[in-house]
Design a binder for this molecule. Structure first.
Ligand code: G6Q
Length: 552
């Protein structure tokens, strides 16, 4: 067994677990009328009710002891001090510097990064304002009407999610996102656009990612098919990258490159110039409000005591479920249509950061790490997978999120949305006992064997835990705080699990595999032998690629 699972704090939680496993949330609430007050917390614009979790004061005390045993306060300080916490790539993870508004320096590896951060922010401001007010003109002298952001993974999910979330504020150019190498993604997007009024952002930290570069080249071909002269590319293509050489090899004017740095991880990069499409869509003031919201959470995370620290509490409650209750998934259920892509972004933040099976020193873990993060907007999910949440066999802790007021009010819609949002976690907590279900069925006039047969299907075990996050409105400031909350929650868990949250060798593997296999689809011999299944599939594809009728 590992030193973590043998450690006193872990063992204390393991001993404590059976007392909680056998208690129903109904009883925990009945025993403590102050439970809501005791287990709720405000951080910046976010209000968290964590009372519907299967915890007591003692559970929290033990979880906090686990955090102290892992020296979580020290780890937070190392993170903010710009130390090389990404030990396999020898890099800092200092995305908090991107949203640090004050005059204070922030150093990555001993060097103050704030002057560069401010320089790029100023560049973003000049550029986005010029495009938004029509002063940035295309090769025919017309202003831009559409922006196509080409990137994938961390260079896509964050800005796409935020732009969608803030669409009530989109008041200038239309912004589109293309990520998939499936030509249908780019093809469908370009169908509706006019080259002379379209601006492309090529967003790639490395500027080597196959999908992004292929999409970028195809976009350039589409543009040049009309514009004819490569000199016009400069007015229509800008890049966001850390790789200036590759950007200029692509033909983008270095003047039109927005830089970021190796201490910004892809999935933490929406705060950098990767967020340029956000600034173009909603304006630089709102982009800065987004940064300010995240900064508020940074301050809260860095300076609040562990027991009143929202990312810490959420992270530890998650650990409690994964490592002691055996939860393998965690549901995110935002009741806000603007957050339709929120789950995908947080899924990447959590699962790419903590989907690891070895410790920072490379030893295999003997405990579970990141659960599968999934979910989607309510109320839609209620008509689909909520069935499993209420009566299924897996244990699925959930986070419910909602704004108190809508940014796009329409009649009584928001009150109906909120009534659903409040009713679901209550039902998950309470369940429905056999006696309650029987009484309900009797009231409908059912009796005898018909009632007895239906009865077990109408019972709900309840005792299914959830956390509830509320905020006044999904404005840029609040959204920034919300994203930062989940970033820091992810970091907290990585510290407890002793894993490096900032590398992604599994994703890198995918990039290399496709590069190696590609020539085989043009009939070249394999670079290494394949298993029989893969070899058979490659044959199946190449035979049919060569003969479109599908005869082999
Ligand atoms: C993020 C990941 C990954 C990355 C993409 C795109 O943390 O590393 O999702 O963002 O693979 O990489 P580039 O930005 O280098 O094109």
């Amino acid at each position: 067994m590992s030193t973590l699972t043998l450690s006193p704090a872990w063992q204390a939680l393991a001993h404590h677990y059976p007392t909680l496993a056998s208690r129903h949330l109904r009883d925990l609430f009945a025993d403590d009328p102050d439970r809501f007050k005791r287990f709720s917390l405000q951080a910046g614009p976010l209000f968290l009710d964590y009372s519907k979790n299967r915890i007591t004061e003692e559970t929290l005390t033990l979880l906090l002891a686990l955090a102290r045993q892992a020296d979580l306060p020290g780890a937070i300080e190392h993170l903010f001090a710009g130390e090389k916490v990404n030990v396999t790539e020898h890099r800092a993870a200092l995305h908090m510097a991107l949203r640090n508004p004050g005059p204070d320096p922030m150093a990555a590896d001993g060097r103050d990064v704030m002057p560069e951060v401010r320089r790029v922010l100023a560049h973003m401001r000049r550029f986005s304002e010029a495009v938004r007010r029509g002063a940035w003109q295309g090769y025919t002298g017309l202003p831009m009407t559409d922006v196509v952001h080409i990137g994938i993974g961390g260079s896509d999910l964050g800005p796409a999610m935020v732009t969608r979330a803030l669409d009530a504020d989109c008041d200038s150019v239309r912004v589109h996102f293309v990520s998939n190498v499936d030509g249908a993604d780019l093809g469908r997007t370009l169908q509706r656009l006019r080259p002379e009024q379209t601006l492309f952002i090529i967003a790639s930290k490395t500027f080597t990612t196959q999908e992004t570069l292929l999409n970028a080249h195809s976009a350039r071909d589409w543009f040049l098919a009309q514009a004819r002269d490569t000199a016009h590319v400069a007015r229509h293509f800008v890049a966001v990258s850390t790789n200036a050489d590759a950007v200029s090899r692509f033909g983008i004017d270095p003047e039109n490159m927005f830089e970021f740095w190796d201490w910004v991880g892809g999935r933490y990069s929406l705060w950098s110039a990767i967020g340029l499409p956000i600034a173009l869509a909603v304006g630089m003031e709102r982009f800065e409000a987004l940064l300010a919201g995240a900064h508020a959470l940074d301050l809260h995370f860095r300076h609040s005591p562990l027991e009143r620290n929202m990312p810490v509490l959420l992270g530890l409650i998650g650990i409690w479920y994964v490592n002691f209750f055996g939860a393998q998934t965690h549901a995110l259920l935002p009741y806000d249509q603007g957050l339709v892509h929120f789950v995908s972004h947080i899924q990447q933040v959590a699962m790419e950061s903590n989907g690891k099976g070895v410790t920072r020193r490379g030893e295999p873990v003997d405990y579970a790490t990141c659960p599968v993060i999934w979910g989607g907007p309510g109320t839609n999910g209620q008509h689909a997978y909520f069935q499993l949440l209420h009566q299924g066999t897996p244990f699925v802790p959930a986070d419910f999120l909602a704004p108190i007021t809508s940014r796009m009010p329409l009649g009584d819609h928001h009150r109906v949305l909120l009534s659903n949002f409040l009713a679901q976690p209550e039902a998950l907590l309470q369940g429905k006992t056999t006696a309650e279900a029987r009484a309900e069925l009797l009231q409908t006039g059912l009796q005898g064997s018909a009632l007895e047969q239906l009865l077990p299907h109408k019972c709900f075990p309840g005792n299914r835990p959830s956390s509830t996050l509320m905020f006044q409105q999904l404005d840029p400031h609040t959204l920034g705080a919300l994203i930062a909350l989940y970033e820091h929650r992810t970091f907290v868990q990585s510290v407890i699990w002793d894993i490096n949250a900032f590398d992604q060798w599994g994703v890198e593997l995918g990039k290399a595999l496709a590069r190696n296999l590609l020539p085989e689809l043009s009939g070249q011999p394999p670079q290494h032998p394949h298993d029989a299944s893969t070899a058979g599939l490659i044959r199946h594809v190449t035979e049919r690629l060569q003969s479109p009728e599908g005869s082999s």
